[in-house]
Structures are given as structure tokens and as C-alpha cells.
Ligand binder design. Structure first.
Ligand code: SF4
Length: 427
């Protein structure tokens, strides 16, 4: 059977489709790069914003238009609105997040009766979701109650994947030639909390560093609380990428309180100093929501000032999106679209300015780059695109396509949001 996987949203969704693709391949099916000629299309949907919901529906419609024989929807939007998902043309099954990891068994039971459980080497997904990096799921769900968040409604309680299973996934990736893994979860920092032996994310990382040889480990996103000095001390090991994505969401104390975030501008400031003193030159990226219900002009200014102080090396700015089933949907004083659009523009510009400053600090320096996208050939050679361990996009010319090679690159200049340089040491 030919199977195409599509996804919307976060890295956890990407980790999940990579995992499902491996299960289908292990059972002898072929994973293909588009929905055309697919016997089965699986779309891992997202509901984090209204735009993500609309993208999810769009992906299902595109698969139907491409002539897919059968479409299965899973993920957060399909879990929250299964009837609407089922009504889309061509959709045969809707699998909730709770049952997602058994999706292959549920949708094509007979082919999986004698499922070859021998773990096979990882292969990157073909097509637009192809990455040299492997996205590894370590955790799902969340026990927090951030008032804007529909993800926790769709994903349920926090659940940690046993460390042995995570390691097995990483070893499978290593066997497939993977050089970098991205550890993913809804609330990765809570890993271990649902277990009974007091292990934490710090213990998980030590275990993975001690039992694998993977050259780079990156964390997808980690909430800015519950992290102690012991956690950051692990970064003495250069295999941990000097990049942390710490979602702040707002720089206003009042807004953070109404969001029910377990942090404050003061606590976040302390955290950032601890990170920067333990991981020199670290890249810190973030997420900010603007236009949260009741966000006054003064609170927005406070948030902007704080974002400027933090000097993030990048980030995503979201306009607050009212999601049914969340506490904030019922909050008074919803901010109008025009105001939130303008605020998004202002915060975006602030983050862009600090990002540019951070990128400039690399001019003249050498960085380790994993070539991610397949190069483009011209009469000048191959134009390569990759990611530095610090998580900046890097571009360089080479005589050959160096996909999945880890080279040293001396940075010469910046173009748009990428660093441009010359390879100074080949893998
Ligand atoms: S920590 Fe908050 S924002 Fe993150 S998944 Fe949990 S409830 Fe949602």
C-alpha cells in the first residue's frame, strides 16, 4: 500500500508522523511523497489557532482533490471536532490523539496482524516533511491549565514515554544515519513526573547522552519553569545544542497571571541569566501572544519593553485566537483584530531587531552546520542550506551536494534571516 503523511503544527506532530511512517514501513508499506496515487493519506491535524484548524481542513481537501483513495485524520483538531472532520470529503476514519499511536493497527488491521516489531533503521519522510533531523517523541499531554491553550484539552494529561523506548527510537535514527535528533513533547520539561521513581527531564537527558552516540541533541520547546541549575549544567556536553526555545507568551505580569502561566517577568529574567551563564552564546527563542483578552495598552507596552530586554535570538508572534473549551474564550474585554494585528507587527519588529543583532555576532566566526535541505545545483556549484547548532539558518556553496554532512562554516555575512559563509572544514 502507498501511504502519504501530512501534518500541520508543532514538532510533536512531525515526530508522530515520522513514528507512524516507520510503523507502516516496518509492515511492508511504501511511504510516498505526495497524496497523488496514495492508497492512504494520514493527516496529523492541529488546533492551536484558527489558522491551524483551517490549514488542517485544507490538507484533507487537498488530499481528496489529489485522488487519495482513503483519508484518515488524527491530531488535535480531529480530536476536538471529530464530527466536522468526518464530514470532510474522502475522510474514512478519525482517530483521536488517545489512539493515535495505534493508528496503523486501527486503520489497516489485517496488514498489521503479523507486524514485524523488529525496529528498522529510520528513513526521512519523502516530500515536504523530509528532514535530516529526526523528531523523537518523548512526552505527550500536559497537566497545566494555561487559559488560552486548547492543546491540553486535545492531548489530555501529561504522559512520559519510557526512557528505554525513547532511546530505542534514537538508536533506530542512528542506524539510519541521523546526526541530530529533536526531542519533542507538549510539556517536555514535565517528563518523568507521571512516573514513580522521581526521574526528571535532567535524568532523561543524562541517560540519552550516556547510552547513545547521536552527535546532536536538541530540545523542541521547554516551558520556562521547573528547570534548575543541574539541568543547564548538562550543556557542558557539546552534543546538546546551545539553543533553547522558552515560550514566554507575554512580558506583562498581569497578562501572564491571567494566562495562568507559572512564570513572571522576574522569574523569567532569573531563568535567562541562569541559562546564559551556563551556556555561553546560547540562542534563546520564544513565543509571544499579543491581544490576549484584556491586554491593555500599558500591559502591551510592558510586554514590549520586556521582550526588548530579553534580546531573544528569534521567535514566533501569534495573535490571540479564541478557542472553544478554553477559559480565556469566556474572558471579558477581548481585543479587536486591528489592535492585535498592529501589536503583532510591533513585537515582531522587536524580535527581528534582536535576532539581527544575535546573527551579526557570528560574522567572522565558525559554526557547525548540518546540511538539511537538498542542495540546488547551478554553474556556481551547489547552494546548501542547513542549520547551525545555535539554530540559525546557514547557506554556503560547495562542489557537491552535502546533504546530512556536518561541516564547519566560517560566516561572512547575513542575507535576510540566514547566515552566509564558506565551508572551512569538511565533515
Ligand atoms: S504548558 Fe500551557 S501552553 Fe503548554 S501545553 Fe500545557 S497548558 Fe498548553
Amino acid at each position: 500500500m502507498k501511504v502519504f503523511f501530512d501534518t500541520v503544527g508543532c514538532r510533536l506532530n512531525q515526530a508522530e508522523i515520522e513514528h507512524m511512517a516507520a510503523q507502516f514501513r516496518a509492515a511492508g508499506h511504501q511511504v510516498i511523497e505526495t497524496a497523488e496515487n496514495a492508497d492512504l493519506v494520514v493527516v496529523n491535524t492541529c488546533a492551536v489557532t484558527a489558522a491551524a484548524t483551517s490549514d488542517s481542513r485544507q490538507k484533507a481537501r487537498q488530499a481528496h482533490q489529489a485522488g487519495a483513495q482513503r483519508i484518515v485524520l488524527t491530531g488535535c483538531w480531529a480530536t476536538l471536532e471529530p464530527d466536522k472532520a468526518r464530514d470532510l470529503p474522502g475522510v474514512s476514519d478519525v482517530i483521536s490523539n488517545l489512539e493515535k499511536m495505534n493508528l496503523p493497527l486501527k486503520v489497516v488491521e489485517s496488514e498489521f496482524l503479523d507486524f514485524d516489531t523488529e525496529p528498522i533503521a529510520r528513513q526521512p519522510l519523502p516530500g515536504v516533511h523530509s528532514h535530516t533531523r529526526a523528531f523523537i517523541k518523548a512526552q505527550d499531554g500536559c497537566d497545566n491549565f494555561c487559559t488560552f491553550c486548547v492543546t491540553r484539552v486535545a492531548r489530555g494529561k501529561g504522559q512520559s514515554i519510557p526512557k528505554e523506548e525513547i532511546l530505542e527510537d534514537i538508536l533506530r535514527a542512528e542506524r539510519g544515519g541521523v546526526r541530530e535528533i529533536v526531542l519533542s513533547g507538549v510539556h517536555l520539561g514535565s517528563w518523568g513526573r507521571d512516573g514513580d521513581n522521581d526521574e526528571t527531564i535532567t535524568d532523561l537527558l543524562s541517560y540519552l547522552l550516556n547510552h547513545s552516540h547521536i552527535e546532536r541533541i536538541r530540545l523542541s520547546s521547554i516551558e520556562p519553569w521547573d528547570l534548575d541549575e543541574r539541568f543547564f549544567e548538562l550543556w557542558k556536553d557539546p552534543r546538546l545544542c546551545p539553543h533553547l526555545h522558552l515560550p514566554l507568551q507575554s512580558g506583562s505580569a498581569g497578562v501572564l497571571k491571567r494566562m495562568a502561566r507559572h512564570t513572571s517577568p522576574a522569574a523569567f529574567t532569573d531563568l535567562i541569566s541562569m541559562v546564559r551563564s551556563n551556556i555561553p552564546g546560547v540562542s534563546i527563542t520564544t513565543d509571544i501572544i499579543v491581544g490576549f483578552p484584556g491586554e491593555s495598552e500599558a500591559e502591551f507596552d510592558e510586554s514590549l519593553t520586556f521582550v526588548n530586554q530579553m534580546q531573544f535570538s528569534g521567535g514566533h508572534v501569534f495573535r490571540y485566537s479564541m478557542r472553544d473549551g478554553t477559559a480565556a474564550a469566556k474572558f471579558p474585554n477581548q481585543v479587536d483584530g486591528k489592535t492585535s494585528k498592529m501589536r503583532a507587527k510591533i513585537i515582531n519588529a522587536a524580535i527581528k531587531a534582536s535576532e539581527e543583532k544575535y546573527l551579526s555576532s557570528f560574522i567572522g566566526r565558525e559554526v557547525d552546520v548540518l546540511w538539511e535541505a537538498s542542495g540546488v545545483q547551478s554553474d556556481k556549484g551547489w547552494t546548501l542550506h542547513g542549520l547551525a547548532d545555535y539554530y540559525m539558518k546557514v547557506e554556503a556553496l560547495a562542489d557537491s551536494n552535502r546533504w546530512n554532512k556536518l561541516d564547519k562554516v566560517r560566516i561572512e555575512t547575513i542575507k535576510n534571516d540566514s547566515l552566509i559563509g564558506k565551508i572551512s572544514k569538511f565533515d
